[in-house]
Write a protein that binds this ligand. Sequence first.
Ligand SMILES: *Cc1c(COP(=O)(O)O)cnc(C)c1O
Length: 347
Amino acid sequence: MEWIKESIRTLKGYHPSSLPYRVKLDANEGKNSIFKDLCFEKDMEINLYPDSDAKKLREEIGRYIGVKASKIIAGNGSSEMIDLIMKTFVEKGETILSFVPTFSMYEIYSQIYSAQFLGVKSKKDFSLDMEEFIEKMDQVNPKVVLLCNPNNPTGYQISPGEIKRLLEKTKALVVVDEAYMEFSEGSVIDEIDTYPNLIVLRTLSKAFGLAGIRLGYMVANEEMMEVLNRVKAPYNLNALTQYVGIQVLQRKEKIQDYIKEAKKEREKLYRTLKTLEFQVYPSGGNFLFFKSDIENFHKKLVERGILIRSFSEDLEGYYRVSIGSQEENENFIRGVKEIVRDEKGAD
Ligand SMILES: *Cc1c(COP(=O)(O)O)cnc(C)c1O
């Protein structure tokens, strides 16, 4: 098409699965028991534009993470936050450095903004060699360093010490995507005043089980916020999302129960998959990354109505399963056991 801008011509885009399912464990959505308890104000002034700065919501987020509201911007998922960062800071041809495999949206946004995405390869066990990463960083002088921690899809966790080591060594903008941090520990949010080039991303899509309302946020020092706020679209966050976000953050104790449960289920599933002789990787997220040599493994699960995430190319044979409810996880394991048994019978 003649009107399309150059960077978009070869863009593949992000295509979530639309297969039918009985058990959905492919997108790391948490479950939410709080939403059902909310009562909606019928006299919400929905005819008016929402609060453009989402002040009340940012104050609630601030209470949740222990940061002043002036150091927070909220938007339609952390996806909008990644977009806003690129839009504000990245010029055509500049380099975005990350490690791979990681969240595929980083590369997609890099391409949209005509930046060069470079991914340092993880080690064989999918851990990151920070020494090597820093070396690469010195070579390519990136504008932005993007670290997903814990990493999606591998579950790998970078220690805060290593992130600080990197921060000491660079003037690049360092964006740490902590979408799954509630299922782990080692956030660097407390470092935003120490390092002026640090931005932390968070979301309510995973631990809060609110992927459907699209709510994420970023945290950084006030000078950074001032610039980003000039670029952010006015009224970016609709009134219903702001309302639900505030209500849920006011009941955050309930979230803690869910996180505890999810971690317990994660350990259980980890052990079960190991017992079934899969290669499973330790995970700081609400998901597990594992390898299977069984042919058509994904297809066999789909036939049983069970959806998990599969990968291609370098990650052929690797899978990511979200931690679901106890019942969903049992369903998944039952399906896996059937497949393993059929496989053994066929030998
Ligand atoms: C799920 C996820 C997000 C969250 O995206 P939202 O737009 O907030 O739903 C961000 N980063 C990573 C790595 C994720 O896996």
